[in-house]
Design a protein around this ligand. Structure first.
Ligand code: IPM
Ligand code: MN
Length: 380
C-alpha cells in the first residue's frame, strides 16, 4: 500500500492527473499494488480564493506520504513567480529533491521534428540539479530612489567592479541575482548521474556548463565533476558548453546517454529535449530525493487555454507515474505502464490533437489503462 499525495493543480493539471491515477490504479489491479490517493487543493484557484499557497502543515503531512504526484501549476490571473516559487520550488526544496530526472525518449510511432531521427537516435537521460544555481533566489532590485537604503549592496557591487556604474551621482536602476553552487550539492548530483549510467549500462556522461564565462560557479562544478568521474573509470566523460549542446542535441541526439547539468541550463535544455521526443505532451519528469520523498510531474505547465476541454495529452503525466513506480522500486508495474504507453503510441489509433489525432484526454487514459490490464493478464 502506497500513500500518494496528489496535487492536481491548475489548468489541465486535474484532467491529466485523473488519467494518471486511472492508469496507476489499473496497474495496481494487475500487480497487487494498492494506492491511497490523498488529494490537496493547492494551486491558483485555492490561492485566489483563500490567499493560501502551500501551508506548512500540508508539507508536514506530506512527509508521511511515499511520493507526491503533481499535475501542473500556473494561471494567468496570478503574477509570474508566486506559484512557481511558493508552491513548486517550495516542494522541491523542502523535500530536498535534488535530482530532476528527465528521460528524453522518442517512442515508435511518434513524429520527431528532427529530420532523419527516430527512436534509435533519441533516447537519453537529463539529470538536472534541482536545488541550487540561479534557483536559490538570492538577489535584489532597486531604482534610483532606493539606492540610498541599499548602500551596502552598492558598495559591494562597486568593490566587485561590476559592469554597472554605481558610483555615478544619479545611479541607474539595477537588479542582480546570484547563482550558487556548492561542492556537496554538485557532488551528489554528479554521483547520481554516474550511478544512473552504471545502473542502465550506459557508457558516457556529458557535463553541461558555461565554465568559459561563469568561471566561479561552473569552475567549481567542473572540478567536482572531474573528481567524481575518477571513481568511474569505465564511463567516458566530456564537457559541453550549454550553448553548444543546444546545437548538438538537434544535430546528433544519438551521441548522448546521460547529461548532467546545473539547474537553469537543465531547465532550458529539457524543453528542447521534450520537443525532440515528440512534444511537451509526452515528457515526464521526476524530482527525486533518493533518501526521502520524491515528486513526479509532467514537464509541461498548466496550459490554461486547454483547461477543462478534455483535449490535453495525458501521456506526460502518465509517464510521470511510470517514473514514480520505478522510484518506488516497483519494476514490474513500471515496465507494464511504459509498455502500455509505447503500444498505444505505436498503434497510433488513439491520440490527442498534439500528435495529429482527435482523441480526448480521457480516451487516451482509457486506452492506456486497458492496455495495462491486457499486458498484466498476459503476464500472469
Ligand atoms: C520546469 C518549470 C519550472 C522550473 C518552473 C515552473 C519553476 O519550468 O519544471 O521545468 O523552472 O523548474
Ligand atoms: Mn522548465
Amino acid at each position: 500500500m502506497y500513500k500518494i499525495a496528489v496535487i492536481p493543480g491548475d489548468g489541465v493539471g486535474p484532467e491529466t492527473i485523473r488519467e494518471g491515477i486511472k492508469v496507476l490504479d489499473a496497474v495496481g489491479d494487475v500487480t497487487g499494488i494498492k494506492f491511497e490517493w490523498i488529494h490537496y487543493p493547492y494551486g491558483a484557484e485555492h490561492y485566489l480564493k483563500t490567499g493560501e499557497i502551500l501551508p506548512y502543515d500540508a508539507l508536514k503531512e506530506m512527509e508521511k506520504a511515499d511520493a507526491i504526484y503533481l499535475g501542473a501549476v500556473g494561471d494567468p490571473r496570478v503574477k509570474p513567480g508566486i506559484l512557481e516559487k511558493e508552491l513548486l520550488l517550495k516542494l522541491r526544496f523542502y523535500f530536498d529533491q535534488y535530482v530532476n530526472l528527465r528521460p528524453i525518449k522518442l517512442y515508435p510511432g511518434v513524429p520527431c521534428p528532427l529530420r532523419d531521427k527516430g527512436p534509435e537516435q533519441v533516447n537519453f537521460y537529463v539529470v538536472r540539479e534541482n536545488t541550487e544555481d540561479f534557483y536559490v533566489g538570492v538577489g535584489d532590485r532597486f531604482n534610483e530612489k532606493e539606492h540610498e537604503s541599499k548602500i551596502e549592496i552598492k558598495r559591494n557591487l562597486y568593490n566587485l567592479k561590476f559592469n554597472v556604474n554605481v558610483s555615478q551621482e544619479k545611479p541607474e536602476e539595477i537588479a542582480y541575482q546570484l547563482g550558487i553552487i556548492s561542492r556537496n550539492g554538485t557532488k551528489r548530483i554528479v554521483k547520481y548521474a554516474f550511478e544512473l549510467a552504471k545502473r542502465k549500462g550506459l557508457k558516457r556522461v556529458t557535463a553541461v556548463d558555461k565554465a568559459n564565462v561563469l568561471t566561479y560557479v561552473y569552475g567549481l562544478w567542473r572540478e567536482v565533476f572531474e573528481e567524481v568521474s575518477q571513481g568511474y573509470p569505465d564511463i567516458e566523460t566530456e564537457y559541453n558548453f550549454v550553448d553548444a549542446i543546444t546545437m548538438w542535441l538537434v544535430k546528433n541526439p544519438e551521441w548522448y546517454q546521460v547529461i548532467v547539468t546545473p539547474n537553469m541550463f537543465g531547465d532550458i535544455i529539457t524543453d528542447l529535449g521534450a520537443i525532440i521526443q515528440g512534444g511537451m505532451g509526452l515528457a515526464p519528469g521526476a524530482n527525486i530525493n533518493p533518501d526521502g520523498i520524491s515528486m513526479f510531474e509532467p514537464i509541461h505547465g498548466s496550459a490554461p487555454k486547454y483547461k477543462g476541454l478534455n483535449k490535453a495529452n495525458p501521456i506526460a503525466t502518465i509517464l510521470a507515474g511510470w517514473l514514480m513506480l520505478e522510484e518506488l522500486g516497483e519494476q514490474k508495474a513500471a515496465e507494464i505502464v511504459e509498455k502500455a504507453v509505447a503500444e498505444v503510441l505505436r498503434e497510433g489509433k488513439i491520440r490527442t490533437y498534439d500528435l495529429g489525432g482527435r482523441s480526448t484526454t480521457s480516451e487516451v487514459g482509457d486506452a492506456i489503462a486497458r492496455k495495462v490490464s491486457e499486458l498484466g493478464a498476459s503476464n500472469l
